[in-house]
Design a protein around this ligand. Sequence first.
Ligand SMILES: [Zn+2]
Length: 56
Amino acid sequence: MQKLGQEIICHECKTSHMTVPIEEEDEAPVHCSECGALMCFWRDVVADETPAMKKA
Ligand SMILES: [Zn+2]
């Protein structure tokens, strides 16, 4: 699992996710673990994570 720098809110069931399954491809879709709805793409997760890691 990848720990996120910020939570992702599922627009279908309103569940907040602080971790997502790690994907190998940038184009891989990230789905809600509760309802299975598409939330974003893996590249978006990685892009969000970069600034958070830099601020250390
Ligand atoms: Zn959901």
